[in-house]
Design a protein around this ligand. Structure first.
Ligand SMILES: Cc1cc2nc3c(=O)[nH]c(=O)nc-3n(C[C@H](O)[C@H](O)[C@H](O)COP(=O)(O)OP(=O)(O)OC[C@H]3O[C@@H](n4cnc5c(N)ncnc54)[C@H](O)[C@@H]3O)c2cc1C
Length: 278
C-alpha cells in the first residue's frame, strides 16, 4: 500500500528540527525509516509532516566518558555491533539483516519500542539512561521508565531521543540469546545477561528479557537465585527455571505462551553457560 500524503522537511540541524517538531505536533522524525516507513505504508499513522533527522552526523557517535558509554541516537545497529560495548554490541548484531542494521538506529528502535525488539533486553539489564532533547533543554530518564508500555515511549511532542548511556561493565561476562523463526526476524524470546564473578562466586548478575511481556523486564527471581552463590549446574538450572516467573507471553503465530515461557528457561541457561565460556 502507498503511504498517505505528507510534507517532507529537511532541517539543517537539530535546533531547526526541534523547532519544527514543536510547532507541528503530529510531525514524525525519520531516522533509519525501518519502522516508520512500514507504519506509513500500512496507514497506521498519518502524520502531516516527516522531518528528516537521519543525516545529523553529530548524533551518530559512540564515546567512552569515564564509566559510561555514550551512544548518539542516530548510531546504526551496524556501528553498535562493531563497537566494544559489552552485551549491546552482541545484541545489535542479532537485529534483522545487514540492510536493517545499516539503516536502523538505536534511537529509532527505542522510540518505536516494539515489544519484540532486541535492544530493550540489554538496555534494561544495563540500567541504561536515555537523553531526551527539546527546545526546553535536555532531560535524562532511566530506560525502565522511558519504556512505559509497548509502542509507548516516554516522549512528548517536540522531543527527540538524542543519546543513550550505559555503564561500561568492565570485567563482566555477557551473552545475548535470541530465538527467532527465521534469520532476520524479530525475537520470539530474547535473553540478555551480564555476570560478574569473584573467583567462582557470582558478585553481580543482571538478566533482561524481551518479547515475553509488553515491555522488557529484569528476571529478578533468576537473579536472586544466582547472586552470591557458587556457580554449579544445580544453581544454573534453578535460576533458569525461576526466569520463567518473569515471563508473561501471549500465544501468537510464532508460538504458544507455554512454549515461549519454556524457551525463556532454555535461553537463560544457554546465556549463563555461553557467558561463562568467555
Ligand atoms: C525487515 C525488518 C527486520 C527487522 N528485524 C528486527 C529485529 O530482528 N530486531 C529488532 O530489534 N528490530 C528489527 N527491525 C526494526 C529495526 O530495528 C528498526 O530499524 C527500528 O525499529 C527503528 O529504527 P529506525 O532508525 O529505522 O527508526 P525509524 O523507522 O526512522 O523511526 C521509528 C519511530 O521512532 C521515531 N523516531 C526515530 N528516531 C527518533 C528519535 N531520535 N527521537 C524520537 N523519535 C524518533 C520515528 O518518528 C518513528 O515513530 C526490523 C525491521 C525490518 C524492516
Amino acid at each position: 500500500m502507498y503511504p498517505p500524503k505528507f510534507g517532507y522537511v529537511i532541517p539543517d540541524n537539530l535546533n531547526e528540527a526541534l523547532e519544527f517538531l514543536e510547532e507541528h505536533q503530529d510531525a514524525r522524525p525519520l531516522a533509519g525509516g525501518h519502522s516508520l516507513i512500514p507504519m506509513l505504508k500500512l496507514r497506521l499513522i498519518r502524520p502531516s509532516y516527516i522531518v528528516e533527522i537521519r543525516r545529523f552526523s553529530n548524533l551518530s557517535y559512540i564515546t567512552k566518558d569515564g564509566n559510561l558509554y555514550k551512544i548518539g541516537a542516530l548510531t546504526t545497529h551496524y556501528n553498535i555491533s562493531k563497537s566494544s560495548i559489552p552485551l549491546l554490541s552482541e545484541t545489535a548484531s542479532n537485529i534483522g539483516d545487514p540492510q536493517v542494521r545499516n539503516m536502523g538506529t538505536i534511537g529509532g528502535s527505542i522510540s518505536h519500542l516494539d515489544p519484540s525488539a532486541d535492544y530493550p533486553a540489554a538496555l534494561i539489564a544495563m540500567d541504561a539512561k536515555v537523553k531526551i532533547t527539546s527546545r526546553k533543554g535536555d532531560r535524562v530518564v532511566n530506560f525502565k521508565s522511558f519504556a512505559k508500555d509497548m509502542f509507548t515511549p516516554d516522549l512528548n511532542p517536540g522531543e527527540l531521543v538524542t543519546e543513550i548511556q550505559v555503564p561500561t561493565f568492565e570485567g563482566y561476562k555477557f551473552s545475548y540469546q535470541k530465538l527467532e523463526r527465521r534469520a532476520g526476524d524479530f525475537a520470539i524470546v530474547g535473553v540478555a545477561l551480564l555476570l560478574k564473578l569473584s573467583g567462582d562466586v557470582i558478585e553481580d548478575v543482571r538478566i533482561g528479557l524481551t518479547a515475553v511481556n509488553n515491555v522488557a523486564v529484569r528476571a529478578k527471581g533468576a537473579e536472586e537465585e544466582l547472586l552470591g552463590k557458587r556457580l554449579n549446574d544445580e544453581i544454573i538450572e534453578k535460576a533458569a527455571t525461576r526466569a520463567m516467573e518473569s515471563a508473561n507471553p501471549t500465544s501468537d503465530l510464532r508460538g504458544s505462551a507455554e512454549y515461549k515461557k519454556k524457551m525463556v528457561k532454555v535461553l537463560t541457561k544457554r546465556a549463563i553457560i555461553t557467558a561463562l565460556k568467555r
